[in-house]
Design a protein around this ligand. Structure first.
Ligand code: FMN
Length: 190
């Protein structure tokens, strides 16, 4: 895939095959996070990698999956859980730590993964305190965002956004459909 294909097809996946993410792909993901641009080169981000099924399972339980899908049907079944989970932390003792730095790192990491065929779901719903307790974090490290990774076990397709309806949906096979605006809806040229 060229870079535009990677960027345009990098959808969210919430069910995965159980093939592990290879070590070299994990290294690429972490390099993408380590080298991401950050304000003032402050490098306030830290990363916890979970690969053991019991640790991934616990992080999955702490996550709220697919708010738009009724009856918890977007929650991965145990046999379709991610095989890798990374928690992105902010070192809050670093002055000026910023949400934008996290966003850039997370986008780079998920893009690096997808360039190697590894899908992901960015997780903003990890409860900060309970996750910190589970990870046994020191005071200066704050849970910010999780990322679930694995080889996708479903498809996800972008569809035109109609009548302001932004809610994504899932069909009976578990494939997702994600409405997106057209360029003409969101861009104005001076
Ligand atoms: C900051 C952020 C937080 C998110 N948090 C969650 C989450 O907690 N649980 C979940 O299932 N999906 C989560 N998602 C995935 C979004 O629901 C998904 O990106 C959105 O529906 C658009 O789908 P797409 O990524 O395929 O374009 C999150 C995505 C982002 C960018």
């Amino acid at each position: 895939m060229d870079i535009m294909q990677v960027l345009c097809t990098r959808r969210t996946f919430r069910a995965f095959t159980q093939e592990p993410v290879p070590g070299e792909v994990l290294t690429d993901i972490l390099e993408a996070g380590r080298l991401a641009n950050c304000g003032a080169n402050r490098q306030s981000l830290r990363f916890v990698v979970a690969e053991k099924p019991e640790d991934v399972a616990r992080l999955c339980e702490l996550t709220k999956w697919a708010a738009a899908i009724p009856d918890g049907a977007g929650t991965p079944a145990p046999e379709q859980r991610p095989t890798l989970f990374i928690v992105v932390l902010q070192d809050i003792s670093v002055p000026g730590h910023s949400d934008i730095d996290v966003g850039i790192a997370v986008a780079s990491m998920t893009t690096a993964a997808w360039a190697r065929g590894v899908g992901s779901c960015i997780i903003g719903t990890l409860p900060r305190d309970r996750t910190a307790q589970f990870l046994k974090l020191p005071e200066n490290l704050q849970v910010h965002t999780g990322i679930a990774f694995g080889y996708p076990a479903h498809k996800s397709t972008v569809v035109p956004l109609k009548d302001g309806q932004k809610k994504y949906w899932r069909d009976e096979k578990g494939d997702y459909y994600v409405p997106k605006y057209a360029i003409s809806d969101i861009v104005r040229y001076l």
